[in-house]
Design a protein around this ligand. Structure first.
Ligand SMILES: [Zn+2]
Length: 394
C-alpha cells in the first residue's frame, strides 16, 4: 500500500493507493494554520494514521507528494508552492524521517500526467499533454513514455501564458491577461455569481438567493438544463481555455490532450465546446459558415425531419429553425448537440482542406481531446504513482 498526498492551497487530500493504482480510501482536510510548516506536516501525519487505522493497514511502502510549485533539482523541496510557508521547507526529509519509508515529491500536474499514463485514460499513449483545470492551471507532459520536465520539475508555468494582453484581470501571481487570470474554476464561479445576482429569477439566481454561493456542480447542472447564464459563462470559460490549448498545441504537437482537475467534471460538454472553438479558430468564416450548410445538407440527405431532430435534441422546432438560420457559429452549446447526433468530429469537418494548410491538417488528424479517468483523484493517485514507480524501478 502507498500514500498519495495532494497539497492544495486551502486543503490537503491524502489517500491510500494500491500498487495497481486503486484508491482505497481518502481524506480531505482544511489546513487552518497555514504559517507553521511543522503543524502542517503534523496534520498530514494524523490524517495518514487515521486512514491506516480505519482500513486496518499496518504497512506502507512509500509516500508520494504532489505540489503546485517548482521542485528543486534534488527533488527534496518545493518553491512557488500554493502553500507559501512550505517553500524551501525540507518536506521530503521530514516525511521520510517521520514514517521511515521512501518519499518522492514532484509538481502536481507532472504527477497527475504520470498517474493518468499508468492507471488512467492515457494508458499506452506514449505522448500526450495533461492539463489540470481547477483553481489553477497546470500542464504535465509525457513524451516517449517518460515524464518531461524542465529544470524546475515542471514544464515552466504554462498557465501563465498571456492570452489577452490588454485585459485588466490579474492572476494570483500578479500577471495581467494570463490564462490563469481568465480561466480558472474561480473565474467561472465568480462570473456566474455576478450574472446570477443580476437575475434572481434565473436558475443560478435562485440557487444564489437560497445558498448565497454557487458551486461548480450548479453550473454543470445549469449547462445540462440549458440555463442561459450557465451556458454563457461556461462557453466564455471554454473560449479562453481553447486559446491556451491552441497555443500549447502549436508548441508541443501532442497526439492527445487529456483534461483533468475539477473542471473535467464537465466531461463531454467540455470536449465539444473546446472543439467548437478550435474549429472556429482554424477555419475561415466562410468555411465555418459552410459547416452550418453541411448540417442542413446532411439533414436533407439523411431525410432527418426537423421534427425528428428537434425531438432527438430535446428542443423545439422553432429553436431548431433559429439555429439553422444563424448557421451554427453563435449557439456553441447547440453545436454540441449537433456533434453528438450527426457524428461530427473535427476530422470530418476539416477533411476537405487537409492537404492545403499544415495547421488544419494537424488539427484534423491529430487533435484528440479526452477526459481524465482519474478525475478529481488524479492528484492523489498521481502522487502515489511516482513512489510506486520509483520503488518498482529499484
Ligand atoms: Zn499569471
Amino acid at each position: 500500500m502507498y500514500i498519495g498526498i495532494d497539497i492544495g492551497g486551502g486543503s490537503v487530500k491524502i489517500g491510500l493507493v494500491t500498487k495497481e493504482g486503486l484508491l482505497i480510501d481518502k481524506q480531505e482536510s482544511k489546513i487552518n494554520d497555514k504559517n507553521n510548516p511543522e503543524l502542517i506536516i503534523h496534520t498530514y501525519y494524523i490524517i495518514i494514521q487515521n486512514l491506516l487505522t480505519k482500513n486496518k493497514i499496518s504497512h506502507i511502502k512509500g509516500i508520494g507528494v504532489g505540489v503546485s510549485g517548482h521542485i528543486n533539482n534534488k527533488k527534496t523541496k518545493t518553491n512557488f508552492c500554493n502553500v507559501p510557508v512550505l517553500n524551501n521547507y525540507p518536506i521530503k526529509n521530514k516525511l521520510q524521517n517521520l514514517f521511515k519509508i521512501p518519499c518522492s515529491i514532484e509538481n502536481d500536474a507532472t504527477m497527475a500526467a504520470l498517474g493518468e499514463y499508468k492507471f488512467g485514460s492515457t494508458i499506452n499513449y506514449n505522448r500526450f499533454l495533461y492539463i489540470t483545470l481547477g483553481t489553477g492551471i497546470g500542464l504535465g507532459i509525457i513524451n516517449n513514455g517518460k515524464v518531461f520536465t524542465t529544470a524546475n520539475g515542471t514544464i515552466g508555468d504554462a498557465g501563465h501564458i498571456i492570452v489577452s494582453p490588454y485585459s485588466k484581470s490579474t492572476c494570483r501571481l500578479g500577471c495581467r491577461g494570463c490564462l490563469e487570470s481568465l480561466a480558472t474554476s474561480e473565474t467561472l464561479i465568480n462570473q456566474s455569481q455576478l450574472k446570477a445576482r443580476k437575475t434572481p429569477n434565473s436558475y443560478l439566481g435562485r440557487i444564489l438567493t437560497k445558498r448565497n454561493c454557487i458551486k461548480l456542480k450548479d453550473i454543470l447542472n445549469g449547462v445540462k438544463k440549458e440555463d442561459p447564464i450557465s451556458l454563457e459563462c461556461f462557453s466564455n470559460y471554454c473560449q479562453w481555455l481553447s486559446i491556451g490549448i491552441f497555443n500549447w498545441v502549436q508548441v508541443f504537437r501532442p497526439n492527445t490532450i487529456c483534461i483533468g482537475g475539477g473542471i473535467s467534471a464537465f466531461g463531454q460538454f467540455l470536449i465539444y465546446t473546446i472543439n467548437s472553438y478550435i474549429i472556429h479558430r482554424v477555419l475561415s468564416k466562410t468555411e465555418y459558415d459552410n459547416i452550418g450548410l453541411k448540417i442542413e445538407k446532411l439533414r436533407i440527405n439523411k431525410k432527418l425531419s426537423r421534427m425528428y431532430l428537434s425531438k432527438k435534441m430535446n428542443i423545439s422546432v422553432n429553436h431548431l429553425n433559429l439555429i439553422e438560420n444563424n448557421k451554427i457559429s453563435i449557439p456553441i452549446p447547440l453545436l454540441i448537440k449537433f456533434n453528438k447526433i450527426l457524428n461530427f468530429s473535427i476530422k470530418n469537418l476539416i477533411d476537405s482542406n487537409k492537404n492545403k494548410i499544415l495547421l488544419k491538417s494537424f488539427f484534423a488528424e491529430n487533435f484528440n481531446l479526452i477526459i481524465s479517468k482519474l478525475g478529481n483523484n488524479a492528484g492523489i493517485i498521481g502522487a502515489a504513482t511516482l513512489t510506486i514507480k520509483k520503488i518498482k524501478d529499484v
